[in-house]
Design a protein around this ligand. Structure first.
Ligand code: LIP
Length: 286
C-alpha cells in the first residue's frame, strides 16, 4: 500500500512532468472521445451494473481498453484505476483515474452531455480522502470541447480548432442566488435519500440543474455556467479530472464534512460561496 501519509498537496511531479501529464491526459481523452463518438454502432450492446438503470455500453468497455492500452505503452509503471475494469497495480508516482464515458445514460439516449475523463492523481483513489488530482482532461466529443488543467497551471477549455479560453469560477457569493448542479445515483434507496436532501436544499438556492455527468458539471462550475455543484455518492473516476479543473479555475472542491470529496459528497464552489453552501447542504442532510 502506497504511503498515503505523504503530503499530497505539495509532493509529486515537478512543473515539467506536470506539463507532460496534462498533455497526455488531453491526448488520451481525445483519442477515446473519437472512438466513442465516431465508432458508435447503430445497435449499442448494453449491460447493467448496480441496478437495471446503471448501464454500461460496449463503448464504455472499448474506450477504457483503449485508454489502458495507451497507458501500458506510454506510462507502463503507473497504476491505473478505471470504472470498467479492475485496478492495475504499479510503481509509478501517479495513478491514472479513468472514466471512459461519464454520462453513460446521456450517451445511450443520444444526448451531447457525456465526456471522457482522464486524470493523473497522487495517492490512492480507492481510499476516499487519500488522493488528489495533479493533471487531467475532460473531453466532450459531441461538442469538440476539451477542459484541461495541471497543478499550478490554470484551467482552460479548448474547442475544435479554437484557442484555449482560461476558465474562472463565478463571482456568486449568495447561496440564495446560486445555480447548483447536482445528480442522483442508480439505486432506489440512494435516490430516496438524495431526494430527501434536495427537499431541504431546493428552496435555499436559485435553482438546480441535473446534467447527468459529474465531470461536465464540474467543468461548468469552472466555466461559471454553474455557480456550484454538489452530489452524494459519485466515484473517483467521475470527479478526478473535473476536480482539478475547478480548483485551477479558482474554486474549492471538498467533501461535505471532509476536506476532500468522499462518498458522503462532493462540493465544488467559488471560495466566497463554499462555506454558505456547505452549511446549507449539511442542514439539508439533518
Ligand atoms: C454519472 C455521474 C453523474 C451521476 C450519474 C452517473 P456515469 O456517471 O457522472 O454525476 O449523477 O448518476 O453516476 O455512470 O455516467 O459514469
Amino acid at each position: 500500500m502506497r504511503d498515503v501519509a505523504e503530503n499530497l498537496e505539495t509532493g509529486g511531479p515537478g512543473p515539467a512532468e506536470l506539463v507532460a501529464l496534462e498533455a497526455l491526459a488531453m491526448d488520451l481523452a481525445l483519442g477515446a472521445g473519437r472512438l466513442v463518438h465516431e465508432e458508435r454502432p447503430v445497435d449499442l450492446a448494453l449491460g447493467t451494473k448496480s441496478s437495471a438503470t446503471d448501464v454500461v455500453t460496449e463503448m464504455d468497455a472499448l474506450a477504457e481498453q483503449y485508454l489502458r492500452d495507451r497507458l501500458a505503452l506510454e506510462r507502463p509503471d503507473d497504476p491505473v484505476y478505471g470504472e470498467e475494469q479492475a485496478p492495475r497495480a504499479g510503481t509509478g508516482t501517479v495513478t491514472w483515474v479513468l472514466d471512459p464515458i461519464d454520462g453513460t445514460v446521456n450517451y445511450l439516449y443520444g444526448s451531447d452531455e457525456y465526456a471522457v475523463s482522464v486524470a493523473a492523481v497522487l495517492g490512492d483513489p480507492d481510499v476516499p480522502g487519500a488522493w488528489v488530482p495533479v493533471a487531467g482532461a475532460v473531453h466532450q466529443p459531441a461538442r469538440s470541447r476539451t477542459y484541461h488543467a495541471r497543478r499550478g497551471g490554470g484551467a482552460r477549455c479548448v474547442a475544435a480548432a479554437g484557442e484555449g479560453t482560461e476558465l474562472r469560477v463565478s463571482a456568486c457569493t449568495d447561496v440564495g442566488l446560486a445555480l447548483l448542479g447536482t445528480g442522483f445515483g442508480y439505486r432506489a434507496e440512494v435516490r430516496r435519500e438524495q431526494a430527501r436532501a434536495l427537499v431541504g436544499l431546493l428552496p435555499r438556492v436559485r435553482d438546480i440543474r441535473r446534467g447527468g455527468s459529474a465531470a461536465l458539471d464540474l467543468c461548468s462550475v469552472a466555466a461559471g455556467r454553474l455557480d456550484a455543484y454538489y452530489e452524494r455518492g459519485v466515484n473517483a473516476w467521475d470527479i478526478a479530472a473535473g476536480w482539478l479543473v475547478v480548483t485551477e479555475a479558482g474554486g474549492l472542491v471538498t467533501g461535505v464534512g471532509a476536506d476532500r470529496p468522499d462518498p458522503a459528497g462532493t462540493l465544488a464552489a467559488p471560495p466566497a460561496l463554499h462555506a454558505g453552501l456547505r452549511a446549507a447542504v449539511t442542514e439539508s442532510l439533518d
